[in-house]
Design a protein around this ligand. Structure first.
Ligand SMILES: O=C(O)CCC(=O)C(=O)O
Ligand SMILES: [Fe+2]
Length: 317
């Protein structure tokens, strides 16, 4: 289902080493990543599986000879790969160097024969806008699925970890389990294809509905490990690494997703989706991804939000 090679990388599987790949391997071996995680990440970046295994083995053997391998066990946070193919390799610190010369592509394969145009891509923080990730009928179907389930959207209380209703978030929402419905399953596969983040690292899709005046005031999507309530979230799939907000309808006025620290506003246009990543390879969280759902001025706004974790997500239980 999920650990398919990243579609960006080409079908044949790349099988040539490069100084960039060698540096990447040396750094990640030194950090304690195990062979499986390294091979997986290389495959997801488009390398041929047999080549990846052989190269990783050789690099591990080489590092052993030099005594460079630390004694500790592999980092549980071994991040498979951020959705980094949207940007140039310079910004792709956490991922295996891409096989192909990757620049911001004009379009990404959606995995279903369709290409999704990339309207803009920013390197740091990584932000990209996808055009028509969802077709209008899919947007309508998602809205219809959610109507019966809407309830006031809570936020996680940073101190207790409980979900509370607060004035800063006045949308209505509905949550769906991963793969809960065939349409959702299809959409999740598409999200994995364009972001490069495996389906199992996604939280359940959240549908939000904002009426006129409703908003989501500036916030971060990642969890603050210093706050006990949020630390609880980290135990069920690790930190969030990125967010995808999909617009399910056109909003006549207001309702943009705003990034106040970047001076960026993304207007809600049906089917489009904005992706932003905030977790660095070293675990650093990018505060520039502060963002808000601006008040809806006219009409209403429907979005689907997908939060992506650094590790497989199993929900709280
Ligand atoms: O409403 C928006 O545009 C942003 C939504 C959002 O930030 C979220 O769901 O985390
Ligand atoms: Fe958010």
């Amino acid at each position: 289902m999920t650990s398919r090679p990243h579609p960006q990388a080409g079908k044949a599987g790349y099988a040539t080493s490069s100084p960039e790949l060698e540096r990447w391997l040396a750094r990640h071996i030194a950090q304690g990543f195990d062979a499986d995680a390294l091979v997986r990440s290389m495959c997801q970046s488009g390398y041929d599986a047999a080549f990846a295994r052989a190269t990783v083995q050789a690099a591990l053997a080489g590092s052993g000879e030099r005594g460079a391998r630390p004694g500790h066990s592999p980092s549980p946070g071994a991040r498979p790969k951020a959705a980094t193919d949207l940007t140039t390799s310079a910004a792709r610190d956490g991922a295996a160097p891409a096989a192909a010369a990757i620049t911001a592509p004009n379009a990404l394969p959606a995995g279903d024969g369709r290409d999704v145009p990339v309207l803009f891509a920013m390197e740091s923080p990584r932000i990209a806008l996808f055009q028509r990730l969802l077709m209008p009928d899919e947007c309508e179907a998602l809205i219809a699925l959610s109507r019966g389930r809407l309830a006031r959207s809570p936020v996680v209380n940073p101190d207790t970890g409980d979900e509370n209703l607060i004035d800063a978030r006045t949308s209505m929402g509905a949550m769906f389990q991963v793969g809960e419905h065939p349409l959702i399953e299809r959409l999740e596969a598409r999200i994995a294809a364009v972001t490069g983040v495996p389906v199992e690292q996604g939280e359940g899709l959240q549908i939000l509905n904002y009426k006129p005046g409703a908003e989501y005031q500036p916030h971060y999507d990642y969890f603050n490990p210093q706050r006990p309530g949020e630390a609880r979230q980290l135990r069920v799939g690790g930190q969030r690494m990125a967010t995808l907000v999909i617009y399910l309808n056109d909003v006549p006025a207001g309702g943009a997703t705003a990034f106040p620290k970047l001076g960026l506003r993304v207007n809600p246009v049906q089917g489009n989706a904005v992706f932003f990543a905030y977790l660095g390879e070293d675990g650093a969280l990018d505060e520039r991804t502060l963002h808000a759902g601006l008040p809806v001025e006219q009409g209403e706004k429907w979005i689907a939000t997908k939060w992506l974790r650094e590790a497989p997500y199993r929900g709280e239980g």
